[in-house]
Design a protein around this ligand. Structure first.
Ligand SMILES: Cc1ncc(C[n+]2csc(CCOP(=O)(O)OP(=O)(O)O)c2C)c(N)n1
Ligand SMILES: [Mg+2]
Length: 379
């Protein structure tokens, strides 16, 4: 522990809602703590077209994930892919509350977040297929897609691994005196990792502009939340870190959006982070090889009745913002986009040239037949 840290005062008792949190240690971090005049955020009310765009994004994610599952089954797509089908309203609702000043980080079930942030279907599909035209030139695959142009700081296969990244992004935003925020998506399983505690403690203490969004889909692999968590009310832990907590119906895209808009506004004002628990369900198994023996057919059927796309489609039809015919047209457009992405990735894109295997490697030593060789980045 450094000198500065040892000299810090013992922390004051914290209250729920961040009121008891001390100021960030400005000297140690350079953090700017002054309250900001509320800067312009995302629009509160959406036009009809914007609502239909949210529906379209959810349908694109579903179509993409169904195609991924099919390609996995045909062995065209190799390796592990964790599909997001069923959880679309969380990514789409949350990302719709962001502006161009904001960032997001994702985890192993990250295709939905990437697409909700504006990711390109072709580049995503090519990346999953390991093709040179993919987001990371085919080197990242399903669990490592980053898309900085769309403010997507990346996914990770390490459960809980993105919580410190998002917290660091929040700290950077605060130290630079900017008004952005960072959204951090993770699962219920990740909420039991040490990184959850360390990140939320630091963010609560320093009032960092991070929105922690726990997608509680009830299981971490085959282990139910009831078996894994001493306290299953994940958002209730917010108070322990001096921040606000909220639980939302993760099947309802506008409800997720509302909660994230509110949390972002709070963070922009300098009032610190929020922990949002979005209750949702993944339709498929954890990964392709999971036979889902740990859950019942009735449970799966219950959640199918609460499908986020059907719920929002019916809401829009009920409000006369959409007709069945317009929905069918939308579905056809989405299907053709997915088919084009499959063609681009599977048929038209080449695999990376093996001679480029060491390009873009930051630096380090590799074992070769000539012994250890130091490599430098070319990318
Ligand atoms: C640090 C770490 N521990 C274990 C794993 C293996 N693992 C991969 S996904 C997963 C379950 C994560 O569950 P959750 O956070 O709820 O996300 P979900 O899969 O439900 O989206 C586990 C244990 C891992 N990748 N990293
Ligand atoms: Mg889970």
């Amino acid at each position: 522990m450094g000198k500065t840290q040892r000299k810090r005062k013992a922390p004051a008792a914290k209250k729920v809602g961040g009121k008891g949190a001390e100021k960030p240690p400005a000297k140690a971090t350079g953090a700017k703590t002054a309250k900001k005049a509320a800067p312009k955020g995302a629009k509160k009310t959406l036009t009809n077209k914007e609502k239909i765009d949210l529906l379209r994004r959810m349908m694109e994610i579903r179509g993409f994930e169904d195609k991924v599952f099919e390609l996995l089954g045909r062995n065209i797509l190799q390796g592990a892919s964790h599909v997001y089908a069923g959880q679309e309203a969380v990514a789409v609702g949350a990302c719709s509350a962001m502006t161009e000043r904001d960032y997001a980080t994702s985890a192993h079930r990250g295709h939905g977040h990437c697409l909700a942030l504006g990711g390109d279907l072709n580049l995503m599909m090519a990346e999953l297929c390991g093709k040179a035209t993919g987001y990371c030139k085919g080197r990242g695959g399903s669990m490592h897609i980053a898309d900085v142009r769309n403010r997507n700081l990346g996914a990770t296969g390490i459960v809980g691994g993105n919580l410190p990244v998002a917290t660091g992004a929040g700290l950077a935003i605060q130290m630079q005196g900017k008004t952005g925020v960072c959204l951090c998506f993770f699962g219920d399983g990740a909420s039991n990792e040490g990184t959850f505690h360390e990140s939320l403690n630091m963010a609560g203490k320093w009032k960092l502009p991070v929105i922690y969004i726990c997608e509680n889909n009830k299981y971490g692999m085959s282990v139910s939340i009831e078996r894994a968590c001493a306290v299953t009310d994940i958002c209730g832990r917010a108070g322990c870190y001096g921040m606000m907590g909220a639980k939302v119906d993760g099947q309802k895209v506008l409800e997720v959006r509302e909660a994230v808009l509110e949390a972002i506004e709070r963070a922009r004002r300098g009032d610190g982070p929020t922990l949002i628990e979005a209750v949702t369900y993944r339709y498929r198994g954890h990964s392709r090889s999971d036979p889902r023996v740990y859950r019942t057919k009735q449970e799966e059927e219950y959640w199918q009745q609460r499908d986020p796309i059907t719920l929002f489609r019916d809401e829009l039809i009920g409000q006369k913002l959409l007709t069945n015919k317009a929905f069918e047209k939308l579905q056809a457009e989405v299907d053709s986009g997915i088919a084009a992405a499959e063609r681009f990735a599977v048929e038209e894109s080449p695999y990376p040239d093996p001679s480029e295997v060491l390009d873009d490697v930051y630096c380090g030593w590799v074992e070769t037949d000539k012994g250890l060789v130091r490599i430098e980045t070319k990318g």
